[in-house]
Design a binder for this molecule. Structure first.
Ligand SMILES: NC(=O)c1ccc[n+]([C@@H]2O[C@H](COP(=O)([O-])OP(=O)(O)OC[C@H]3O[C@@H](n4cnc5c(N)ncnc54)[C@H](OP(=O)(O)O)[C@@H]3O)[C@@H](O)[C@H]2O)c1
Length: 280
């Protein structure tokens, strides 16, 4: 199989470069191919079309998107639309990585793939619009929504918590947002399996289980055997530019339909801690 990855330098993109066996894989970061420019996309794809294009490139700074809305739209909607057009022209299948932030977080039970999109942030809106455009351009594309990514290949929540915990006796973390932490290498593997199984439509892919950011932080600190006390707080005491969904757990049914099962987030966290240790 030939695979082209946009966003190959990111938190997800780096492990995504290493999960394919016997496949020809080409990866691009923003410096090699800016997805806002159709010519750069065409050059990256080249004259021999790939079987799959995996689009993991995005402007992912959720608070930054709130103040740089034009950039959010240009990269996350415009760039994604350009890649979908290029995939259509070249005859490649497209897998687009999307987010739990397309939901408003009011449901209270795991979101199914056909629940209505109702994003509450500029980032969520830019990704939701991309989903709609991609499905119009390429009805057989695969849209993989994920959540709360972490890994050694980029900035992530456990890394922030470990750095804070190293210098503080206590840290306050919000306990009123629920989601599923997802270890980037686990998602990368699931994406490669979905491509191999010719997946189409919307698929929800996260590590199994759910927690709040507070519970996640507590597990991170415990795993590192640090004495720091993690205390629960609420979102109204920790106001940020972008509103986050209060509950964005994604149902695994659509993933299981392709016989792909991800480990629990606690299992992913244990492997992250190990990988972090050996990277030092
Ligand atoms: N992180 C999360 O918690 C999370 C949760 C749900 C969904 N997602 C989705 O998962 C995907 C991967 O996220 P991530 O956390 O791996 O992101 P990331 O670490 O921020 O990496 C973003 C990637 O996109 C590339 N990129 C940014 N702007 C670009 C542009 N204009 N043209 C081409 N490439 C561009 C970056 O390239 P350079 O580094 O070379 O600039 C980098 O490779 C994204 O679609 C994101 O929306 C992420």
């Amino acid at each position: 199989m030939r695979v082209t990855i946009f966003g190959a330098t990111g938190l997800l993109g780096q492990p995504l470069m290493h999960v394919w066996d016997h496949d020809e894989v080409h990866g691009f970061g923003s410096k090699q191919a800016d997805i806002r420019d159709p010519r750069q996309i065409a050059e990256a794809i080249g004259s021999t079309p790939p079987d799959w294009i995996v689009l993991a490139a995005a402007y992912t700074d959720v608070d930054g998107c709130e103040t740089n809305r034009e950039l959010a739209e240009a990269v996350n909607t415009g760039g994604a639309t350009n890649v979908a057009e290029a995939a259509k022209q070249s005859g490649a299948r497209l897998l687009f990585v999307s987010t739990d932030y397309v939901f408003d977080g009011t449901k209270g039970t795991p979101y199914e793939t056909d629940d209505p999109r109702a994003p509450r942030s500029a980032y969520g809106r830019s990704k939701a619009q991309a989903e709609v455009r991609i499905a119009e351009i390429l009805p057989d594309s695969c849209i993989v929504r994920t959540s709360w990514l972490f890994g050694v290949s980029g900035r992530c929540f456990p890394d922030t918590i470990l750095k804070l915990a190293a210098s503080r006796a206590s840290i306050d973390v919000v306990d009123d947002q629920h989601g599923s932490p997802t270890y980037a290498p686990d998602l990368a593997l699931a994406i490669s399996q979905l491509c191999r199984r010719q997946a189409r439509g919307i698929v929800h892919a996260t590590n199994r289980g759910a927690c709040t950011w507070f519970e996640f932080a507590r597990q991170v600190v415990a795993a590192a055997e640090l004495p720091t006390v993690v205390r629960p707080t609420t979102s109204d005491k920790f106001v940020r530019p972008a509103e986050r969904p209060k509950y964005s757990v994604l149902s695994p049914k659509s993933l299981e339909a392709y016989k792909v099962v991800l480990p629990t987030w606690q299992d992913g966290l244990a492997r992250y801690m190990q990988e972090r240790k050996s990277a030092k």
